[in-house]
Write a new protein. Structure first.
Ligand code: GLU
Length: 459
């Protein structure tokens, strides 16, 4: 069975790049009847917080990504890690190193002076003497000193590391007893039966170290997929300069999770020329073996385009439930369904949708200067006044409003162009709104009359 995991270090919020990694792992497991585990790597007790872990959970909920079992917190597994450190010590595969900070600094300085890569020199590897007093040792693994570590990466292909260049006897437990990242990740991946590790390629250089540990512990090595990073439009590493990086910020900005996931899945993976992927369709086609080798570029206009697509095509009930989070329940609004239907095709975000709905629901409190200058003059005011007179309570549907308006325009030797913009200004305060007849149906004649009178009074 395929078992994948997402293993974020909680540092405040879930990064969009992290969400993409999570999504890839999720899809691969779900598409194959496998398991997907969420593991919070919070062993750095100084930097990690419960709130940060909750922020990840919240982002998962918003995106409707479910995981199997409970969330696993590494901070609750210290005893387990200790056991395995002890096992390696007992088997002579790891050892205590008593090098002081001063000695370590000296070693580093001398290596740098010789233009060598800073690395531990193995001085306690075979130490059998009396340990120096007053020093709490770190635990180091006995890493191979020659040869190569090779593996086949599902994305990058064959990867080879020269042990002499890449490895030293790295630390698996600090002097305070806490285990290091490379150690905990191997213990957990092995004990949780993770078969495929899909993660950012910033972890590629950790992989040979982890393989050393798998071998020392006698665990089966999972298959690795190292995904190239996401870059901003300037080719530099994605950062806040390129747009929001916190997943939940996208929610606040009025993006749908459907659009964000669709956007992220395509950053690094494709299926023909297809652009639209619901979670179901992603599950059908996604394979980590087809993730691109090269870095992808973050292009927010694509996200806007996708968001507009989902706003246009979601069911009324789903869109309405999303809008409730922005304080608008279209089921409680007069002609709410028609209002939402007539507005949704123009909105790029839920915030835009909300604002355009409010501009119809609420009477204008001001009028757009430019629109007034452009469309309001003696002739248009005259036409509006006459139009206001023919509006009456018998008119109900958009079609009825359209019919009477056409008749009215004919009698007054005018066209819809002469009336529509001034009417829009009267109704919403601006010259943008959807079909004027739908707006008239939504508001009803009495409200429309009132707003026309308001504008005329204002002028
Ligand atoms: N906790 C690591 C991070 O957030 C990821 C570990 C992994 O995927 O192996 O970068």
């Amino acid at each position: 069975m395929i078992v994948t995991r997402f293993a974020p270090s909680p540092t405040g919020y879930l990064h969009v790049g992290g969400l993409r990694t999570a999504l890839y792992n999720y899809l691969f497991a779900r598409a194959n009847g496998g398991k997907f585990v969420l593991r919070i790597e919070d062993t750095d007790l100084k930097r990690n917080s419960v709130e940060a872990a909750h922020a990840i959970e919240e982002a998962f909920k918003w995106c409707k990504l479910d995981y199997d079992g409970e969330i696993i917190y590494q901070s609750s597994r210290f005893d387990l890690y200790k056991e395995y450190v002890q096992k390696l010590l007992d088997e002579g595969k790891a050892y205590k190193c008593y090098m002081s900070k001063v000695e370590l600094d000296e070693l580093r300085a001398s290596q740098e002076a010789r233009k060598e890569r800073p690395r531990y020199d193995g001085r306690y590897r075979d130490f059998t003497g009396t340990p120096p007093a007053g020093i709490e040792p770190v635990i180091r693994i006995k890493a191979p000193t020659s040869g190569t570590i090779e593996f086949r990466d599902g994305i990058k292909g064959d990867v080879k590391f020269n042990c002499e260049d890449m490895l030293d006897d790295f630390i698996i437990a600090r002097s305070d007893g806490t285990p290091t990242y490379n150690f905990t990740v191997v213990i957990d991946d092995a004990l949780m039966g993770i078969t495929h590790v899909i993660r950012g390629d910033d972890h590629l250089s950790n992989t040979p170290k982890q393989i050393v540990l798998y071998q020392a512990l006698g665990f089966a090595i999972p298959e690795f997929f190292h995904v190239a990073m996401i870059n901003g439009s300037d080719g530099k590493k994605l950062s806040k300069r390129h747009g929001a990086t916190d997943v939940m910020e996208y929610k606040e900005l009025g993006y749908l999770p459907d659009a964000l996931l669709n956007f992220l899945v395509r950053l690094g993976w494709s299926h023909g020329d297809d652009e639209i992927f619901s979670l179901e369709v992603m599950k059908k086609y996604f394979s980590p073996y087809y993730i691109n080798k090269s870095a992808s570029t973050y292009n927010l206009s694509k996200l806007d385009w996708l968001n507009a697509h989902y706003i246009k095509t979601l069911s009324f009930d789903r869109l309405n439930s999303e809008m409730k989070q922005f304080g608008l329940n279209f089921k409680d609004i007069q002609k709410g369904e028609l209002l939402l239907e007539s507005l949704r095709s123009r909105a790029k975000t839920l915030i835009e949708l909300k604002n355009s709905a409010l501009s119809i629901i609420n009477r204008p409190t001001s009028y757009d200067e430019k629109a007034l200058n452009k469309f309001i003059n003696e002739k248009s005011v005259n036409l509006l006044e006459k139009f206001e007179n023919i509006l009456n309570d018998n008119l109900k549907t958009a079609a009825e409003f359209e019919e009477i308006t056409n008749e009215f325009l004919k009698q007054n030797n005018s066209t819809l162009k002469d009336l529509a913009q001034p009417l829009r200004i009267a109704i919403t305060g601006t010259s943008v709104s959807p079909s004027i007849f739908e707006v008239l149906e939504i508001l009803g004649s009495m409200e429309a009359k009132e707003r026309i009178k308001m504008l005329i009074k204002f002028l």
